[in-house]
Design a protein around this ligand. Structure first.
Ligand SMILES: *Cc1c(COP(=O)(O)O)cnc(C)c1O
Length: 351
């Protein structure tokens, strides 16, 4: 703290990202990155940008990217917003689409950035407890609110909520914006984008960080009614006109163009998840049903923090949250077959 800080900065409680250690030979299963690299066409597209054109500003509205996303999801370009990672998109959502005087609702076990944005923008919030089995109870979202947000599949549980249940939430909340954060939807869920034309209060956010293996490029998107998108554009153009640089736009367009690579790598992650779940269950772990590229597990006899520490000594990093209800769980990202084998071997020897 310093006397130069504004009172506002003094009171901020920032998000703490999963660590990105600078060690070699590490099996990194802590931040849900994709173990398969991005499409070779993405690399080519980015390389093609490396030249004189970098002296020019990028397209302020990333129209090429919005256009391919709108075709991909069969919506209008005016229904698409893009930002510097879905975290930035979510920040603008909290700022521009949630009513600040009424509490925004999100699950008690959920993405830990949501309360941070509430703090940043001075938004009231209320957490809604997940059921005992960690599923979302839709009937608990029928109370006055300034907006609703939840990941689907949820993080860090991995549990998927059906589109019929999402419609129940939308129908009960026609006067507030409902945001479905689909960071992991490509690993086994159905996107709620199919509902945006029927629900003007629905906004769906996605990221290229997980299923398209581009966490380092920072591209996220939102799809919804043009009025919702316009609010996000107003915020964006009052903050940073160029959130996506030339490399990010070119790489993201190429990622949507290479559908076969996307399908192939998603299928490989899903197969890896099945293998990982089976092996963990053989070792006695309880595994929540996951539709994501990670699993959320607990062992009836072993302390989660101790297991995480022991794995770390073997250069395998998983995520442990020291939080109520889930402090005996570990979140483990689905890696390659070799990562999974190494993890299972390490767990087998320490159990
Ligand atoms: C990873 C993640 C994000 C953020 O993705 P970026 O596009 O990398 O900012 C948003 N929501 C959830 C639930 C996530 O897990």
């Amino acid at each position: 703290m310093s006397r130069f800080w504004s009172p506002f900065v003094k009171d901020l409680v920032p998000y703490v990202p999963g660590e990105q250690p600078k060690l070699d030979n590490l099996i990194k299963l802590n931040t849900n990155e994709n173990p398969y690299g991005p499409s070779p066409r993405v690399i080519e597209a980015i390389e093609a940008q490396l030249g004189d054109s970098l002296r020019l500003y990028p397209a302020p509205n990333a129209d090429d990217l919005k256009s391919i996303i709108s075709r991909y999801y069969a919506v209008e370009p005016a229904q698409v917003f893009v930002g510097n990672g879905s975290d930035e998109v979510l920040a603008h959502v909290f700022h521009g689409l949630f009513q600040h005087a009424q509490p925004v609702l999100f699950p008690d076990i959920s993405y830990s950035f949501y309360p941070v944005y509430c703090g940043l923008y001075g938004i009231q919030s209320e957490t809604v407890s997940l059921a005992q089995d960690f599923t979302i109870r839709v009937e608990d979202y029928s109370r006055p609110n300034g907006g609703i947000i939840f990941p689907n599949p949820n993080a860090p549980t991995g549990i998927l909520l059906g589109l019929d249940k999402i419609e129940q939430i939308l129908q009960a909340n026609q006067n507030s914006v409902v945001v479905v954060d689909e960071a992991y939807v490509d690993f086994g869920g159905n996107t709620a984008i199919s509902l945006v034309n029927r629900y003007p209060n629905l906004l769906v956010t996605q990221t290229l960080s997980k299923s398209r293996s581009l966490a380092g490029l920072r591209v996220g998107l939102a799809v919804g009614h043009p009025d919702l998108i316009e609010a996000l554009e107003r915020i964006k153009n009052s903050f940073n006109s160029y959130p996506l640089d030339r490399l990010a736009i070119a790489g993201a367009v190429a990622a949507f163009e290479d559908e076969p690579y996307f399908q192939q790598t998603c299928a490989a992650v899903i197969d890896g998840r099945t293998a990982l779940v089976n092996a963990l269950e053989v070792l006695g772990f309880e595994v929540l049903p996951s539709a994501a590229n990670f699993v959320f597990v607990r062992h009836p006899e072993k302390d989660a923090a101790e297991v995480a520490l022991a794995l770390r000594e073997q250069r395998i990093i998983v995520r442990h949250f020291k939080l109520p209800r889930i402090d005996q769980f570990l979140r483990i990202t689905v890696g390659t077959d070799q990562h999974i084998q190494a993890l299972i071997k390490a767990l087998g020897s320490l159990l």
